[in-house]
Design a binder for this molecule. Structure first.
Ligand code: ASP
Length: 439
């Protein structure tokens, strides 16, 4: 059995947190490959080391004095080293970093040092081998992540090492130039490592006990999700459910390696299992609810639209030409509605409308702003009759006006459009009917 374990920044923010992580790793000899983030916040108003590094590098880039900022970063690591009683000196590393900052080695290089240094400390603490991600996570000449080359190089390297620490978030181009993933990208590294070693499980340790059925900012103490499929998770993450970096699903999904989200501060909780498919029914008909505010709908009407070949293409072409991605396109017989992000659309509004009139020649166009989209996701919906009916009766009882309904043919989710003002009320009503009442 082989497990890849990734620990997030809050799990590694202090020596105390490192100790918890050490106990977790040592309690299971299968936890062979460890992927650490950079130290995160120790308390609410604290700074993440990655943010400190970005700020420090900005000074270096502007030829301002960055020494005090770099010293503050060094102090964060020193506190961890001292707290763990390690015999480890990072002076040489910080001299190199200072030199590279002075030569303006790049923002990605700067940010990557957070994980790099934490990896060195973690390896020393666990007495595991340190493998620099720059040697095994490969980006191509253009700076795009190269999954095939990485899988080859990383797989080969780790096949020779039983226990290793591989820092998250970064890799390098062929010449050694450092590249990072997007923010939160250590999750991606964990998934890549799990794929390369064909792990049995990818454990992702964070500061919550997995995914919740709904946002705790809206619902008091929402229930947790025990098992969720990759596809369900994709729908929920897309709609704003946090915890895991969206792109981290892909490498493990190809290999059908389950992800287990766990809580470093509560290791006895079993957390959430993310799997390819499962015969385990979720506790409720729905697996989760997520949503986002800030959409606009562009309602386009034209008589006999449905019999006009190419009408939809012309409409979508206008959005493409204006570089606006659309979210949903529900349509009626003589109407077609396009949902877009308000902030992407607002400043191009008049141009888009003019282009639509010119190209698609509709009878009328109406724009509605300040809308929210809510996704109700669940593999159980396919086998249950009346789910949509229950959602809409719950919403009507809560006095929520439904602006749009979109159910994918997979029957895995139902998307509902409401006004921004009704967003929280709608989520509460749906949660109540499926989870609290569990009719
Ligand atoms: N340290 C990086 C960040 O703050 C990457 C990560 O934590 O996953 O985004």
């Amino acid at each position: 059995m082989c497990k890849v374990v990734k620990f997030g920044g809050s799990s590694l923010a202090s020596a105390e947190q490192f100790r918890k992580v050490g106990d977790i790793i040592h309690s299971d000899a299968d936890r062979c490959y460890v992927v650490p983030s950079a130290p995160g916040k120790r308390f609410k108003k604290d700074s993440k080391v990655t943010d400190m590094l970005y700020a420090c590098y900005e000074c270096a880039q502007a030829d301002r004095n960055f020494k005090d900022q770099l010293a503050a970063i060094k102090a964060r690591y020193q506190e961890i080293i001292d707290g763990l009683g390690l015999d480890l000196n990072l002076d040489g590393e910080f001299e190199t970093i200072e030199k590279y900052f002075t030569y303006k080695a790049g923002r990605d290089y700067a940010a990557s040092r957070g994980e790099y240094l934490n990896g060195i400390i973690m390896a020393a603490y666990l007495e595991y081998e340190f493998v620099d991600a720059a040697e095994v996570i490969c980006f191509d000449e253009e700076g795009v992540f190269d999954p095939e080359e990485t899988n080859r190089v990383l797989g080969k390297r780790l096949s020779q090492i039983e226990y290793a620490v591989i820092p998250g978030f970064y890799g390098a181009r062929p010449g050694g130039d450092i590249r990072t993933f997007s923010r939160g990208g250590s999750d991606i590294t964990g998934s890549i490592v799990a794929k390369a070693v064909q792990a049995d499980v990818y454990e992702n340790w964070t500061d919550v006990s997995g995914f919740l059925v709904a946002d705790p900012g809206i619902i008091d103490n929402p229930k947790g999700i025990d098992v969720i499929t990759y596809r369900e998770l994709r729908e929920l993450s897309y709609m704003g459910a946090g915890v895991l970096h969206e792109e981290s699903i892909f490498p493990v999904r190809q290999e059908n390696i389950p992800i287990n989200i766990r809580n470093t501060n509560s290791p006895e909780d079993s957390g959430t299992w993310i799997v390819g498919s499962t015969c385990q029914k979720s506790k409720y008909v729905i697996t989760g609810i997520a949503g986002k505010k800030g959409f606009c709908s562009i309602n386009i009407e034209k008589d006999k639209m449905n019999s006009e070949v190419g009408f939809g293409r012309k409409v979508l072409q206008v959005f493409e030409e204006n570089d606006i991605s659309f979210e949903h396109v529900p349509s009626g017989i003589d109407t077609m509605t396009v949902f877009v992000h308000q902030d992407e659309f607002m400043h191009k509004e008049q141009k888009v409308v003019a282009n639509l009139y010119r190209l698609a020649k509709p009878d009328s166009i109406e724009i509605e702003s300040d809308l929210a989209l809510i996704a109700v996701v669940g593999r159980g919906m396919r086998a249950t009759r009346g789910t949509a009916g229950r959602i809409f009766s719950a919403l009507s009882h809560a006095n929520v006006n439904v602006k749009m309904i979109d159910q994918g043919s997979s029957e895995l989710n139902i998307i509902i459009g409401v006004t921004n003002d009704d967003f929280e009320t709608a989520i509460k009503a749906i949660y109540d009917i499926f989870v609290l009442t569990n009719l």
